[in-house]
Write a protein that binds this ligand. Structure first.
Ligand SMILES: C[S@@+](CC[C@H](N)C(=O)[O-])C[C@H]1O[C@@H](n2cnc3c(N)ncnc32)[C@H](O)[C@@H]1O
Length: 265
């Protein structure tokens, strides 16, 4: 058996290079939905965590073929885990997802699939294994009100102090209930702070905006990191359910700055 003291960390430059390679090259080989602005924002926050030595697992609810899951998973250090939650119950989907994980992850980058809906994941108490240990969570599963409320409850259980949550398809005309679910959650519970939103920059068929949230303790640090990374795409601050969020716009393209080292709170 391997104990955590036997695990040799992967040097940060190597992790950053793997992440860059996936974000700039390999990602085009995986079918799915991830707009370039949101890709740049998630990539920047993962880089920030690597540079600041923030450890933890990464989780995605709703993986499909793994396009965005593999972005998160390519930030893993040895000993960290990438957790996928998705029933993947349509013909060939699970096979495709697992094949992509084998192609685009290294052996030491551990991934685990929970092939069940996320409400079952929570009801069965599976969050307890990850309580406070998750540094990045992407909510991209059931696109209906109850599913998003459930998935934000998962976020509350698993998110670490310096972790971040991304909610997909905010302000998307096909899924208005996602935005309402997030707003209702934020009105009822102040445990998550919304700090940024990335605007969609292509037709609705390619997805909507993404909202970024964090624990109050980590939100300021992550907000600053994103403003620095995407300074050219920052549009303005906007009120969202009584919170101030940074809006990033990409209709003139994405300009991502090189990583600046940051010490975390
Ligand atoms: C829009 S796709 C996800 C896209 C993916 N993140 C990507 O990078 O392309 C939505 C996924 O959510 C899954 N899903 C639907 N309802 C779910 C639920 N209740 N819990 C978990 N996953 C769910 C579907 O099986 C599907 O694979």
């Amino acid at each position: 058996m391997t104990s955590s003291s036997d695990i040799t960390p992967t040097p940060a430059p190597e992790r950053l290079a793997r992440l860059r390679r996936y974000a700039q090259e390999d990602i085009s080989g995986v079918t799915g939905w991830l707009q370039v602005g949101s890709l740049a924002a998630i990539w920047s926050l993962l880089e920030t965590q690597i540079a600041a030595g923030i450890a933890g697992d990464v989780v995605e609810i709703g993986v499909y073929h793994g396009k965005s899951f593999l972005l998160f998973a390519n930030s893993l250090d040895a000993g960290e885990r990438a957790i996928a939650i998705d029933p993947l119950d349509q013909a060939g989907r699970r096979q495709k997802f697992e094949d992509n994980c084998r192609v685009f992850l290294r052996e030491e980058q551990a991934f685990a699939l929970h092939a069940i809906p996320s409400d079952q994941f929570r009801e069965e108490g599976r969050c307890s294994e990850f309580a406070g240990k998750v540094r990045a969570l992407h909510i991209d599963g059931g696109h209906v009100y109850d599913a998003v409320r459930n998935d934000l409850k998962i976020a509350l259980e698993v998110l670490s102090e310096t972790g971040f949550v991304v909610v997909d398809d905010m302000a998307h005309p096909w899924y208005p209930d996602i935005t309402v679910a997030v707003a209702d959650h934020l009105r009822e519970d102040a445990a998550l702070t919304a700090f940024a939103m990335t605007a969609a920059n292509t037709p609705v068929t390619n997805g909507g905006s993404k909202l970024f949230l964090a624990r109050p303790k980590g939100a300021g640090f992550l907000r600053k990191a994103l403003r620095s990374a995407l300074a050219h795409n920052f549009k303005y601050e906007r009120d969202f359910v009584g919170q101030t969020i940074d809006i990033f716009d990409f209709h003139q393209g994405v300009q991502k700055n090189p990583l600046k080292s940051q010490s975390h709170p």
